[in-house]
Design a protein around this ligand. Sequence first.
Ligand code: GCB
Length: 592
Amino acid sequence: MYNICNNKCIGVYITMLYPQMNAKRMLTQLSGFWKFAMDKENNGESKNWQNGIPADHEVAVGASWNEQFQDLMYFFDTGWYETSVVVPTNYQSERVWLRVGAANYLSKVWINGQYVGLHEGPHLPFEFDISDYVKFGEENQIIIAVDAQIKPDRLPPGDVEDEQIIGFKGQYPNNYFDFFPYGGINRPVYIYTTSKTHIQSMTVTSEVADATAIVHYEVKLNADFTGSVQLQLSKELTEEVQVDATDLITGQLTVKNPRLWSMEDPHLYNFKVDLYDGENHVDSYTLKTGIRTVELVNNKLVLNGKEVFLKGFGLHEDFAVLGKGMNHAVIAKDMNLLKWIGANSFRTSHYPYSEEFLQYADSQGMLVIGETPFVGFVKSHYTNDRILNHAKQVIQEMIERDKNHPSIIAWSLANEGDTSVPEAGPFYKKLYECAKSLEPTRPITIVNCVAPEKDYALEYYDFVSINRYYGWYEQTGRLDEGCSVLSEKLDEVYEVFKKPIMITEFGADAVAGLHIDPPEAFSEEYQAEMVTRQYKIMEEKPYVMGAHIWAFADFKTSQTPSRVIVNRKGLFTRDRQPKLAAHMIRKEWIQN
Ligand code: GCB
């Protein structure tokens, strides 16, 4: 366990290397059907459920529980999961790890009735060394209690008392953001092994100049190690270093004529590290990563020295039946549609997406703004130390997990907090400093929705992100007026901040199949005309670095009079069929 931002994490390692099977590591997946019990009083422990649950369902793990059974749809208490596994005897001398890809919201783990630890927060993985809890060669009972209650001090928060600026108060369920608060173990569960001394974390960054890349590496071990370390960058480059009683191996590799990771050629290098103690091969890990540079120059994003205008979407991990479950086919479909429409980027609105999503973005050459789950903070959050510490913890976990993805070109630390109150300033400054200290290589932003002159937070960030709905929430039904207001307001934002501007959201709801001419709000025509015209305005502003339409596909929300089951701002329907706007934008983006 190690803490960079001075927070505590309880019993859980922040070691976010994606689990892999290799010469020294065994890996098996535990996703599938698990026994499940609804704990409506949230007091399962007092009923001794940690020793065996009174199962009332059998649910699929690796997906939200809500849409799997009608009576789970609106269940937002604690779901208890149980399964069993035999750990082979030949792993007795190894460390055995239980790893959960993500569970919403607070998870507690028991093995054979013994408490192992807890993890707070959705959308990020957690793992425990369970070697001392398992019985080798015998059946082991694994129980995970997932508390999905919606509360004001959870991230993202819900059931908040303060006056809200984005107006979701009173919706059902009472989350505080515009997407359904799915519960459960949403991503895969794995058991894997490592040797007792093992690689815990790897960081790879690169500098490129004159057709040469300097690849800096930092390999963190769980314990001091003496021996030789073999470092291999694909087949091209191998180096060996001797280390003496250290848990940190740092250095650099020089790559002549590197094949840079880019949108056109998303080349990934295999960075393989092997530890040897004499003849004994101790551990091995292969990280797929890319060599590329990213910077902000003259208000534009510059990738490998070339200017890129970001065009794409805010997405959601959301699909019928799966909820927020990770599904390889949905990821492939989404990425395929992003390419079909001519997008080059997306934001992981409004939380970190699955590791598999980012791996696919790496291999497909898609640019990603990685976002935290801090949605809709208000005044009471900014003065709450628990929130601040938890937020720093989440930033640390996200960066540790995602820092080596070449696809990630920037971080967004929040979406639509109320930045118009003075308390917002110091709060967001601390978040920025925390993230920058961990990861100085990428630009960092937060997404704003208040008037620029009232904003207390954006001055601390590298670029300005704004969500603006002219012609929808304002100037409804008036496309011309919406467009001219947009143009004026963009200039005003730039005048205040003098920083590059990313439009992270703009758009309109459209009911698929509803056609009205002349265009009216909610028709496919209105959405198509609005996003195409507004995109052109944004693209022409010299200080705008990119524009993301809200949203990629329709997605499920809580129940509220302004949403009909789903938010319909998608250019694709929830089952990923194109609306008129998708065809229009495709023309615009593929031609340009
Ligand atoms: C926003 C939010 C997003 C909502 C969207 C909308 O500004 O960031 O979460 O879904 O507006 O459709 O209202």
